[in-house]
Design a protein around this ligand. Structure first.
Ligand code: HEC
Ligand code: HEC
Ligand code: HEC
Length: 220
């Protein structure tokens, strides 16, 4: 008996069954995958600076930060109630915290034990010239030291020396440098906040810096 021929016959039959069966079946519909915005909205969830905030100033039990199962959470004052009368903004949690202190509406307590401890406010602006055509950055020490100790930034985040730190927008958007706080505990990076940091107009005679390659143009 021819063993090989037998296998060929069996395979042919199998093939016929597949082909005929296929021809009789209803045409296969291509599967359409519909992606809702909600499915992809967390594509950048690792980067809080690129994530669109859903809501702000929710009661502690609903804000996703506090433990709703803990009774103490429910005894906390609701933000909207606490923020009554404070000056507002168009971004972040909609409160202008710098103005709130400047107008004397808030007085942060500087020591857990001593309520009379005074902050060490330093009024020193650091101008960071930006190579791009956007206005230069002014880092104001005053507004920061009304809330923070020097050690909140020096030396872990910034070496205390003008120009000694490499800062870029990419680093900030990834939560480094200014982005350690901005977008988290202080105003976010948004189209309506660029001007808060980029506040110094370029000098009238400013021209964009040219790279060595464009100066020594070999095609001229
Ligand atoms: C929010 C962060 C932050 C806080 C808080 C802070 N600084 Fe700074 N400091 C900076 C940055 C940013 C620079 C600029 C660094 C650069 O240009 O590379 C700077 C620069 C400096 C410089 C260098 C000035 C120069 O002209 O070279 C000194 C000195 C300094 N800070 C002292 C202090 C002292 C003292 C305090 C507390 C009273 C303080 N800083 C609080 C962020 C901070
Ligand atoms: C929290 C402060 C802050 C905010 C808000 C901010 N920037 Fe910047 N930006 C900086 C700093 C600091 C640098 C670095 C400056 C330097 O070269 O030292 C920078 C640099 C830049 C540069 C130069 C290229 C680079 O990446 O270094 C561009 C362009 C720029 N910012 C655009 C923007 C735009 C557009 C916005 C608003 C969407 C914005 N920035 C918001 C602080 C800020
Ligand atoms: C350790 C946290 C921290 C870091 C780091 C930090 N900031 Fe701030 N910044 C704050 C806080 C807190 C405020 C006050 C509250 C607010 O305005 O949101 C503030 C306020 C400001 C203001 C004042 C806005 C106003 O209304 O007057 C500017 C401008 C600013 N930051 C720029 C910067 C720049 C530029 C950098 C990086 C070189 C930086 N900050 C780094 C925490 C920080």
């Amino acid at each position: 008996m021819n063993y090989k021929a037998n296998i060929t016959v069996v395979s042919l039959v199998a093939l016929l069954v597949v082909v005929c069966g296929g021809a009789q079946a209803a045409p296969v519909q291509p599967k359409v995958i519909q992606l809702a915005a909600a499915d992809v909205s967390d594509a950048n969830i690792f980067n809080r600076n690129l994530k669109k905030p859903k809501a702000y100033n929710l009661p502690p039990a609903e804000d996703g930060i506090h433990d709703a199962g803990n009774d103490a959470t429910h005894t906390l004052q609701k933000p909207l109630e606490a923020y009554q009368g404070l000056p507002t903004t168009e971004f972040g949690n909609r409160i202008d915290w710098v103005q709130s202190i400047d107008k004397g509406l808030l007085k942060p307590r500087w020591d857990r034990v001593d309520p009379n401890e005074e902050p060490f406010v330093m009024d020193l602006d650091i101008v960071r010239p930006v190579k791009a055509s956007v206005p230069d950055v002014v880092f104001p020490h005053r507004q920061h030291t009304e809330w923070l100790f020097c050690s909140n930034c020096h030396p872990a985040i910034f070496i205390p020396q003008k120009g000694a730190n490499q800062i870029s927008m990419s680093a900030i958007l990834l939560g480094q440098k200014c982005g350690v706080c901005h977008g988290k505990v202080s105003f976010p990076i948004a189209t309506n906040t660029c001007k808060k940091c980029h506040s110094k107009p370029k000098p009238a005679d400013w021209t964009p810096p040219l790279s060595e390659a464009s100066v020594k143009n070999p095609w001229k």
